[in-house]
Ligand binder design. Structure first.
Ligand code: EPU
Length: 320
């Protein structure tokens, strides 16, 4: 498509942030996988973001929000329409006593570190969780020692038309790795108000360090990955089930079920989205066959992958 007629050309005249044509998603996902986005916008501010979402809505152009890309599988064919990032325009943290307003594009790691430095407890259970605060809020990210939903007071989010709403925590329905935002899919989180609790900075720092050390010991952080692939089923652990089903080390192309943690898939070099997708299906089918437990996805599938996943689960299970 000629640059002048490309949707990016018009967006460039409307926003202060960067607009990139045919931007490889592999450069924006921690799995290092994904074909080109027709158009990627890195908004400079909330105004930019609102303009982009409204523009997409008015023209019927697909608009996909992307944070730090740490919990997503992006398709090999890339994404049509516009991908809008929450960074750098929304990566602020504003502390006011024990309250903090945090932009969706800020990293969870920065939130955890700054809260610890100020002697504020409540988010150290998120230590080591990759990704952005926006992504963490949508899926109520966390670890065994805490999840983000417990400190949220409200969030501000755009609906698909680009209208801004403030939603109090009572309306967010946070549960284990889920929220109303995730179920309804129509929200683009822009910021949240959190309430933390003053505590001894040294004690907080120690809890953070312990969580980071545990993560280093048990998770394959040296290779491109997207964190846990499946949610833990009630009362059990996806990693334990996948290992017991004999899937550790399984490969499709360069995608591998990690030898270190069975609920992680790592990219050994040239893995494609299809490799990861097929491996996920094979693992899920084997666990189902051996235990009767149907694992639920934790990672977000972008573009056509989501429909493919639903279709595949409706069809016959694929053995390894
Ligand atoms: N296990 C196995 N085999 C494996 C992996 C784990 O038997 O290959 C067993 C472990 O021995 C342990 C149990 O499964 O008894 C749970 O494993 P782990 O402690 O590693 O925690 P997890 O439930 O797999 C959760 C979060 C992680 C978080 C860790 C540590 C989910 C889906 N994942 O993992 O969340 O880092 O606890 O707190 O809830 C992430 O996955 O990216 C993440 C941030």
């Amino acid at each position: 498509m000629a640059a002048a007629s490309h949707p990016c050309a018009e967006l460039r005249t409307m926003v202060r942030g960067k607009v990139r044509v045919n931007e490889p998603l592999s450069q924006h996902t921690t799995l290092k996988i994904g074909g080109p986005a027709d158009c990627m916008v890195l908004p400079a501010s909330l105004d930019d973001l609102v303009r982009v979402v409204r523009w997409c809505h008015e023209r019927g152009v697909a608009c996909t929000a992307l944070g730090l890309g740490s919990n997503v599988l992006a398709p090999d064919e890339g994404l049509r329409g516009v991908v809008v990032r929450t960074k750098p325009g929304l990566d602020y943290l504003r502390f006011m006593g024990a309250e903090v307003i945090v932009g969706a594009g800020a990293s969870v790691a920065r939130l955890v570190a700054q809260a610890a430095n100020r002697g504020l407890a409540g988010v150290e259970g998120l230590a080591g969780v990759p990704g952005s605060v926006g992504g963490a809020l949508v899926m109520n990210a966390g670890t065994r020692t805490g999840q983000i939903g417990t400190v949220v007071r409200w969030i501000r989010a755009l609906d698909a038309t680009g209208t801004l709403h403030t939603l109090p925590v009572e309306q967010l329905e946070f549960a284990y790795r889920s929220s109303r935002l995730q179920r309804e899919r129509r929200w683009l989180v822009v910021e949240a108000g959190l309430r933390l609790t003053p505590d001894d900075p040294q004690a907080i720092r120690q809890r953070v360090d312990e969580a980071l050390a545990y993560r280093n010991r048990t998770q394959p952080l040296q290779l491109p990955n997207a964190g846990s692939i499946f949610k833990n089923p009630p009362g059990d652990s996806a990693g334990r089930l996948i290992e017991a089903a004999g899937c550790k080390g399984w490969r499709r192309g360069d995608a591998q079920v990690s030898e270190k943690h069975a609920n992680w898939i790592v990219n050994l070099g040239q893995a494609t989205a299809d490799d990861v997708f097929e491996l996920m299906l094979a693992v899920r089918a084997r666990v189902l066959e051996q235990t009767g437990i149907a694992l639920e996805r934790e990672i977000r599938l972008l573009g056509g992958l989501c429909r493919r996943w639903a279709a595949a689960l409706g069809g016959p299970a694929s053995p390894a």
